[in-house]
Design a protein around this ligand. Structure first.
Ligand code: DAH
Length: 360
């Protein structure tokens, strides 16, 4: 009997001393497992005389029940303590500043940034934004812009054509943003002052050409708009875009079917040390095409050329983005490489404004 009593004391003490569920399980196996101390006691009962077995059996069973209960109680206590400790260790301090995620970590593509900059600059000059579809009709992309059918200038555009539809009409991916001029004149009455940024497509690919690229078109139509206005608008917008106090521009005669006269415009730059800088230097860099809207185009768009006149220009957004932000190759613009975007991209919450700085 003393055996049983001391076994109980020892086992209960071991249970109380177990610091975690693993240690408690070891105590359980040591007492109630196949080779455990209490199991050993139970196996001695069979060899006892019936009378002795009765009292001893009852005592061992009481011991077994108490130990089992003590184990369960201790296990519950240990579990609760473990949960408490875990909760304490995993507490979230809601007063800490938030980590940079989502919108803060994302970057705006330089094309989006430049479009936003152009929007801010031209909104300040009283222009609004006009848009048109990427899939255009031959009529809007060429015919209404005074490219007669069979005219060689059509071939120069390396156009992506769709198969003709049931009416025999052949749609195409617009080769320039100029069809948005047509759409604007057909849907709005002068005075018109719009810029049209968007995607354009030509079957062409090398270091400075991609099959999809971006242009921005400008159009001004009223009764008196003239070349002097065009020159002023281009100079002011270039100064604002390149963030320099002055730029010199050179207007060279050129040819576009939709303007007469037509010009190509170069801006003054320096190329010292392989780096292009605007607003200084003796070099010239071509940046856009422009001219007075051709009388045929006005007529094709329902405007009387004796009453209305105006000017237009078009330039490559990718190209001016490369020039402003020093990107040597056009192809990565369209490779969706997150590392490139992290390097050349812009923080989405820093809006370009004239007051705050376009590329601040
Ligand atoms: N559409 C011309 C092109 O893609 C660019 C252009 C030149 C647009 C002169 C104009 C313009 O509006 O007046 O090459």
């Amino acid at each position: 009997m003393t055996d049983i009593a001391s076994l109980e004391t020892d086992t209960i003490a071991a249970i109380a001393a177990a610091g975690d569920e693993g240690a408690l399980e070891a105590v359980r196996v040591g007492a109630l497992g196949k080779k455990g101390s209490i199991s050993a006691l139970l196996s001695t009962l069979g060899k006892m005389a019936p009378d002795e077995r009765k009292t001893a059996g009852a005592a061992v069973n009481v011991l077994k029940d108490r130990v089992t209960e003590a184990l369960a109680t201790r296990r519950a206590t240990l579990r609760e303590a473990a949960l408490e400790a875990r909760l304490r260790a995993e507490t979230v301090d809601v007063t800490l500043p938030v980590r940079e995620t989502g919108i803060g970590a994302g970057r705006l593509h330089p094309i989006s940034q430049v479009m936003d900059e152009l929007t801010a600059i031209f909104a300040d000059l009283g222009f609004s934004i006009a848009e048109g579809p990427d899939i255009e009709t031959d009529n809007y992309n060429f015919t209404k812009l005074n490219f007669p059918p069979g005219h060689p200038a059509r071939e120069m555009h390396d156009t992506f054509f769709f198969k003709p539809d049931e009416k025999g009409e052949r749609k195409l991916l617009r080769t320039h943003t100029s069809p948005v001029q047509v759409r604007t004149m057909l849907s709005q009455q002068p005075p018109i002052r719009v810029i049209c940024p968007g995607r354009t497509y030509r079957c062409d690919s090398d270091q400075t050409h991609t099959p999809m690229f971006h242009q921005v078109e400008g159009l001004v139509i009223d009764k008196k708009a003239h070349l002097g206005h065009l020159k002023w608008v281009l100079e002011e917008s270039c100064k604002a875009f390149f963030e320099v106090p002055s730029v010199k521009m050179r207007f060279r005669p050129s040819f576009f079917p939709f303007t007469e006269p037509s010009m190509e415009v170069d801006i003054q730059c320096s190329r010292k040390g392989g780096e292009i800088r605007f607003g200084e230097g003796e070099d010239w860099l071509e940046i856009l095409g422009c001219g007075m809207v051709h009388a045929n185009v006005l007529r094709n768009c329902g405007l009387d050329p004796d009453e209305y006149q105006g000017f237009a220009w078009g330039m490559g957004i990718d190209r001016i983005a490369m020039l402003k932000y020093g990107m040597p190759d056009l192809r990565p613009f369209f490779e969706a490489d997150a590392r490139w975007l992290r390097h050349y991209g812009f923080r989405p919450l820093d809006f370009p404004t004239l007051a705050g700085g376009l590329s601040a």
